[in-house]
Ligand binder design. Structure first.
Ligand SMILES: CC(C)(COP(=O)(O)OP(=O)(O)OC[C@H]1O[C@@H](n2cnc3c(N)ncnc32)[C@H](O)[C@@H]1OP(=O)(O)O)[C@@H](O)C(=O)NCCC(=O)NCCS
Length: 170
C-alpha cells in the first residue's frame, strides 16, 4: 500500500506531540554523537512547549510537520536571519523508521519553495561535525561546508558544528 505523505504547518494543539516526537528521534539518533546528558539538556532547551508556542506566534520563523498516513513523522523549522535574503534551516528531523526514503528531500524541497516565495536565495544550517549521515544527506541536497563553529551552550556543553550553505540560483 502506498503511504500518504504531506507537509503542513505545525498546529498549536500539536506541540506536545511534536515535543514527544523530538524526544524519540533525539534519544535514538544522538547517542554516540553527543552525550546523553547533552541530549537531555538540548531537548529541554529547544523543545519546551512554551518556547515552541512563542515561535509559532513569530512572523519570521516557521514550523512544519511531515505527516505520513496521518502520523506525525518528522518536522522542520526555519527562520529569516539578519543577513538579507538568507534563511536558516534550524531543524530537520525524521523518525528513524522513515529515514532514507526521500522524506528529508521532500521536507527540504518544501522549505526551498517557501524560501523562493519569500525572496530568499541562501539557506544555511548547522550540523554536528560527527553527524555523518545528516552531512551526507546535506551534501546530496547541494549544501557545502562553509565554516566550522564551536560554541558553548551552557552548563559546559559544547556545539561542535559545520555551517553548511546552499545557494539558490533564480
Ligand atoms: C538527515 C535526514 C533529515 C535526511 O533525511 P532522509 O529522508 O533520511 O534522507 P533522504 O532519503 O532524503 O536521502 C537523500 C540522500 O542523502 C544521503 N543520505 C541520507 N541518509 C544517509 C545515510 N544515513 N548515509 C549516507 N548517506 C545518506 C544519500 O545520498 C541519500 O540518497 P540515496 O538514498 O538515494 O542514496 C534524516 O535522516 C534525519 O532526520 N536524520 C536524523 C536527524 C538528524 O540528524 N537531523 C539533522 C540534524 S542537523
Amino acid at each position: 500500500m502506498t503511504e500518504r505523505a504531506l507537509i503542513r504547518p505545525l498546529r498549536d494543539g500539536e506541540i506536545p506531540a511534536l515535543v514527544a516526537l523530538a524526544g524519540e528521534i533525539w534519544r535514538a539518533h544522538y547517542p554516540g554523537i553527543i552525550s546523553i546528558a547533552q541530549i537531555e539538556y538540548m531537548l529541554a532547551q529547544r523543545y519546551n512547549e512554551g518556547l515552541i508556542r512563542d515561535e509559532l506566534a513569530r512572523t519570521d520563523l516557521w514550523w512544519d510537520v511531515l505527516m505520513v498516513d496521518d502520523a506525525m513523522t518528522g518536522y522542520a523549522s526555519y527562520f529569516l536571519t539578519d543577513v538579507p535574503h538568507e534563511m536558516k534551516l534550524d531543524k530537520i528531523y525524521l523518525h528513524p523508521r522513515t529515514h532514507r526514503r526521500g522524506y528529508g528531500a521532500m521536507l527540504l524541497e518544501h522549505v526551498m519553495k517557501f524560501m523562493a516565495g519569500a525572496g530568499c536565495t541562501r539557506l544555511t544550517l548547522a550540523v554536528n561535525r560527527h553527524n555523518s549521515n545528516a552531512i551526507a544527506a546535506y551534501r546530496k541536497y547541494g549544501f557545502h561546508i562553509a565554516e566550522t563553529s564551536v560554541r558553548e551552550i551552557g552548563e559546559g556543553f559544547m556545539m561542535d558544528d559545520y555551517i553548511m550553505v546552499k545557494a539558490v540560483h533564480e
